[in-house]
Ligand binder design. Structure first.
Ligand code: PLP
Length: 309
């Protein structure tokens, strides 16, 4: 969620400009007074008028179907929108009150785990989140806690954990590093390459590295980051130095589209050495973001846990 820092004084006293058809030219809605912009109005307003005022103001936002970035939604079936509207009044964090929602989430986790050839899809651990950012926070935290458990004495003596990623990562990873006090180690892009370079990533790793982040759909150009090669580079690093660095794959749109559109992917992910790539994020272009938050923290060679979103 973005931070709001308040308005300029001049803006606070302004009113909302309302379409005349909702006011003077149309007596039915009964809206005689201009609406204050930053205060509750003194009197009530017909629901239709309230709807139309907000609806009109939101027209100033962009149009998702015209935005082809990898991490935004373009369209989904209207029935999915109806389902989402039907669930708006649920407090989904309360799994006791809404057990069937929890059951559907559990099935989604199993489906995603199966999609990515997790070793035991039906018993894969997972949870839903509100968007990919929360998922990435959980995944990063899992990486940090594992590192802390492995390095308890050094951590207590002041060692500072770091996370290796390309400068093309989505901004939530920088936020993760800020919030959870992890040093971000950014691998630069070079020439026409707009995604992570495996050798450069491995070169930035040391004993305080909690993991390497790879994205299936670079935020710069949508290209898949070379997860296999990153894992291979980290395996070589382990052979040389003994350092065992896990990988987190930030699914983005590719975590949905790759297994379904690229046949080789399903076979590849079952191969030894390939991490069970994380479940897809919200960033898919096939379904509205709010409905699809999932997170996965995985590691090399299927050894790490899945925390799901
Ligand atoms: C690769 C990637 N990771 C994380 C995020 C964060 O997702 P959200 O905006 O749903 O929190 C996005 C999308 O914005 C993304 O594209």
């Amino acid at each position: 969620m973005s931070l709001h820092t308040g308005q300029q004084d001049a803006d606070v006293v302004r009113t909302v400009a309302v379409n005349p058809f909702l006011g003077a030219a149309n007596p039915v809605p009964g809206m005689d007074n201009p609406l204050p912009k930053h205060r509750l109005p003194d009197g009530p307003m017909p629901p239709d008028t309230a709807y139309q005022v907000i609806h009109d103001e939101l027209m100033l936002d962009g149009n998702a179907r015209l935005n082809l970035a990898t991490f935004v939604t373009t369209w989904m079936e209207p029935q999915a929108g109806v389902l989402m509207a039907e669930c708006l009044d649920k407090n989904m964090i309360d799994k006791d009150e809404y057990p069937q929602t929890a059951e559907l989430e559990r099935r989604c986790v199993a489906m995603l785990a199966d999609l990515w050839n997790a070793p035991d899809p039906d018993n894969t651990v997972g949870c839903s989140t509100t968007g990919s950012s929360e998922a990435c926070m959980l995944a990063g935290l899992a990486l940090k806690r594992r590192w802390m458990a492995r390095n308890r004495e050094r951590y207590e003596a002041g060692a500072r954990p770091n996370l290796v990623m390309g400068i093309n990562v989505q901004v939530c990873w920088e936020k993760f590093c800020n919030f959870w006090e992890v040093e971000p180690r950014m691998v630069p892009m070079e020439g026409e390459r707009y995604h992570l370079d495996p050798a450069d990533a491995a070169a930035l790793c040391d004993e305080d590295t909690i993991g390497v982040v790879a994205i299936l759909g670079s935020t710069f150009d949508g290209s898949y980051e070379p997860v296999w090669d990153v894992c291979t580079a980290l395996d070589e690093l382990q052979e040389r130095t003994g350092l065992d660095i896990p990988v987190h794959v930030d699914g983005a749109s590719g975590a949905w589209s790759r297994p379904s559109s690229t046949r080789s992917c399903a076979g590849t992910s079952a191969s030894p050495g390939w991490p069970p790539s994380t479940p897809p994020g919200t960033s898919t272009a096939w379904c509205t973001r709010a409905s699809a938050g999932r997170c996965g923290a995985t590691g090399r060679r299927c050894r790490r846990n899945w925390c799901s979103r």
